[in-house]
Design a protein. Structure first.
Length: 114
């Protein structure tokens, strides 16, 4: 299984970005996809996850600003990030729980200028 993430970049405070992550390989139904992020010197934290059935979970800090969605036919997950704040700046990692195994993408950098 491989995860390919894209969509990071530099944005001003209040701006928007959309992250995309495509999973390839043997992907079973009932998986969970999502995003975590890690700022310099900090631990990797949950941003949002979504099941194949569409159930979502968000970190409190992004509720109302970020929206996670997925295309099950394409094994692709998206993260629409609106009203970005400087504290959202981090490396964002795509995540997949496939059966009992966890997989991570290579990370995509999001920079928010104030």
């Amino acid at each position: 299984v491989q995860l390919q993430a894209s969509g990071g970049g530099l944005v001003q405070t209040g701006g928007s970005l959309r992250l995309t992550c495509a999973a390839s390989g043997t992907i079973f139904s009932g998986n969970i996809m999502g995003w975590y992020r890690q700022a310099p010197g900090k631990q990797r934290d949950l941003v949002a996850t979504i099941t194949t059935g569409g159930s979502t979970n968000y970190a409190d800090s992004v509720k109302g600003r970020f929206t996670i969605s997925r295309d099950n036919a394409k094994n692709t997950v998206y993260l629409q990030m609106n009203n970005l704040k400087p504290e959202d700046a981090a490396v964002y990692y795509c995540y997949l729980r496939n059966v009992r195994f966890d997989y991570w993408g290579q990370g995509t950098l999001v920079t928010v200028s104030s």
